[in-house]
Design a protein around this ligand. Structure first.
Ligand code: SF4
Ligand code: SF4
Length: 173
């Protein structure tokens, strides 16, 4: 049998005084630190063109969608969040989505749809807030997804800049 000899505690240690003073000094020191708690939602999160919020569909000036319902974003989406049903338009050959839904509860804001789109028709917006009362209400259809191109312009410019950098660096090799 092994007998473990315990250290004899002083009177102060038996009253937890060293720990109490250590905790108080820590609290006291932190009282003068800069506050880092963000009072959300009164203090909203900073948003820049790098912010990858919920994906949105680009609406062209004439009011139609830039999307041609090719389905590439649907195939690229790792969360199976996108459902598209394509349809014809009155114009010869042109196609547009009859149904375009993104299940926001599934979307992981990865941006793969933005990268996959050959028509610059879907971009990550800076819209981060998401709330609803039903699961169905968070499956966004075309009406909730469409945004005028101008509303997404900062992000579009950023993506073009990034793609140009990539293209230029690969052309020098
Ligand atoms: S951001 Fe990612 S998860 Fe969300 S719809 Fe696009 S590809 Fe799917
Ligand atoms: S990849 Fe672009 S054009 Fe194709 S279905 Fe998706 S949003 Fe539409």
């Amino acid at each position: 049998m092994v007998i473990v000899k315990r250290k004899e505690l002083s009177f102060a240690e038996r009253l937890y005084l060293p720990e109490i003073f250590r905790a108080l000094s820590l609290t006291f020191r932190n009282m003068f630190q800069r506050e880092i708690t963000r009072q959300y939602p009164e203090e909203p999160l900073p948003k820049t063109e790098v912010t990858r919020g919920q994906p949105r569909l680009v609406e062209l000036e004439e009011g139609s969608l830039a999307c041609v319902s090719c389905g590439l974003c649907e195939a690229a989406c790792p969360a199976y969040a996108i459902t598209i049903d394509g349809g014809e338009t009155e114009n010869f050959i042109e196609r547009e989505p009859k149904l375009f839904e993104i299940d926001m509860l599934r979307c992981i804001l990865c941006g793969f749809c933005e990268e996959a789109c050959p028509k610059d028709a879907i971009f990550m917006s800076d819209e981060l807030e998401l709330a609803g009362f039903t699961r169905k209400g968070l499956v966004y259809g075309i009406d909730k997804l469409r945004r005028p191109r101008a509303a997404l312009q900062k992000r579009i410019d950023y993506v073009y800049r990034i793609n140009d950098r990539w293209r230029n660096s690969s052309s020098t090799h």
